[in-house]
Design a protein around this ligand. Structure first.
Ligand SMILES: Cc1ncc(COP(=O)(O)O)c(C=O)c1O
Ligand SMILES: [Zn+2]
Length: 426
């Protein structure tokens, strides 16, 4: 089996792993350049030797795997396997290191919505309680392999808290660039893990650009979503876990909350890889769900043009005026046969309440946007309700207490006698 290689989504040039990693390129060396408030041009993708890998990683193989244990198929990750580790500059990485980063036993549950049952992929049980851990884990492993000691990322909150927690596990330093309006619990989470917080007076898009500049200056490994190609690689594991968790009985539609578009892009890439490996024939249609206050992907898919508008939504995790993975995300939606749709914040909040009360899974607003999308798509006749649907619950509600405070007011307290009178009588 040959190691993986990189190629550019825009100009299609191929690069060897060492060309990219030795000089620490994140975007295409030929055409990539980050621009303020714009989706990334020249994002790099990673490909593997599927013809060889399919001999080992076939359908029966995947059907035997437990969910969440990504180290069981090490050759599908862009980490130098031990046999290649002697090539400089790679440091030897022991596969057993991966054993310490099991993702949770990702669970698939169900929710009844009117007359139909919808599957849920619950990502709220991950090590730091969001889907982001799938990317952070791979980035941390790569940092270790490259011999780096510090990782940096911009984030609305979850990527930063995730990176801080995963760095704590790996003994890496974490530098986090977050807008000052980051939900309190996410900020406390970062601080509790020992991450170094850099609060930015400005929005996520400002934090993104700033973190690129300073990481480069300081020599920190940058985990910015979509910018670092390993973020999408990590996020492809969701597709493998959906296949494993459902024992190969894939849904027809998967509803994905979209901000920067890396989760949806990663899931699409994961299903494509399963197809290249001959594990599946067809893959699910991916439905991108955005908030109407942060709908750049939807506008791009309608007009073919990107236009920057500042994002404003209660679902902070999907607030992105310039989705960095816009082009690949749009491609993922289109190629899978899905579509993009927007939901109002009020519907997101209603769905959040529904999920909390009907499943016992506490979700943050972004994590509930997927259900709001399902309900809307169904009511508008955009999906066949008798086909199988799945929604992604991407982050825990405990990370955004303010959003829960909007739903519930603190009850009044009474003395014991008052309660007794009410329930026991005189
Ligand atoms: C809870 C939650 N849901 C959805 C998303 C959307 O992911 P992406 O920005 O890759 O589209 C994120 C991350 O940004 C998230 O933290
Ligand atoms: Zn290029």
């Amino acid at each position: 089996v040959k190691p993986y290689y990189y190629h550019c989504f825009n100009c299609h040039t191929q690069f060897s792993a060492s060309e990219i990693e030795q000089d620490r390129h994140y975007l295409c060396p030929k055409c990539g350049k980050p621009e303020k408030n714009k989706p990334l041009h020249g994002a790099l993708l990673i490909s593997f030797d599927y013809q060889q890998l399919k001999k080992r990683y076939n359908r029966p193989f995947f059907l035997k795997q437990p969910a969440g244990q990504i180290w069981r198929y090490p050759l599908l990750w862009p980490l130098q396997p031990p046999e290649y580790a002697k090539d400089p500059p790679f440091q030897k990485i022991e596969w057993k290191e991966l054993f310490s980063v099991d993702l949770p036993a990702t669970k698939i549950h169900e929710i009844r919505v009117d007359t139909h049952t919808v599957k849920l992929l619950d990502e709220t049980n991950n090590p730091t309680y969001s889907y982001k851990d799938r990317a952070s884990t791979l980035v941390a492993l790569k940092a270790r392999q490259l011999g780096l000691t510090a990782v940096s990322t911009a984030s609305t909150g979850n990527a930063a808290s995730s990176m801080a927690g995963i760095c704590a596990r790996f003994g890496l330093e974490a530098h986090l660039w977050v807008p000052e309006n980051i939900p309190e619990a996410k900020l406390m989470q970062i601080l509790a893990y020992g991450g170094q917080v850099h609060l930015v007076r400005g929005d996520y898009d400002t934090a993104f650009d700033l973190s690129l500049e300073i990481s480069q200056r300081m020599g920190w490994y940058n985990r910015n979503t979509a910018y670092n190609p390993l973020t999408m690689e990590g996020k492809k594991s969701g597709a493998f876990d959906i296949f494993i968790g459902l024992r190969g009985d894939l849904p027809d539609y998967i509803f994905v909350p979209v901000g920067d578009g890396v989760v949806i892009g990663g899931i699409y890439k994961g299903f494509c890889e399963l197809q290249h490996l001959g594990v599946i024939e067809d893959y699910p249609k991916l439905i991108a769900v955005q908030s109407s206050g942060s709908n750049a992907l939807i506008r791009f898919m309608q007009t073919g043009k990107f236009e920057y508008l500042p994002a404003e939504t209660i679902a902070d995790s999907i607030s992105a005026g310039a989705p960095r993975n816009l082009y690949f995300a749009a491609n993922s939606v289109r190629e899978s046969g899905g579509f993009a749709l927007e939901v109002d914040d009020a519907d997101i909040v209603k769905s959040q309440k529904l999920i909390n009360e009907r499943t016992g899974i506490l979700v943050e607003p972004a994590g509930a946007a997927s259900l709001a999308g399902y309900i809307k798509a169904k009511s508008e006749g955009k999906i066949d309700p008798d086909k199988k649907s799945m929604i992604l619950l991407t982050g825990s509600g405990l990370k955004d207490i303010d959003s829960l405070k909007r739903l519930h007011r603190r009850p009044d307290a009474f003395r014991a006698e008052v309660w007794q009178e009410r329930y026991v009588g005189e």
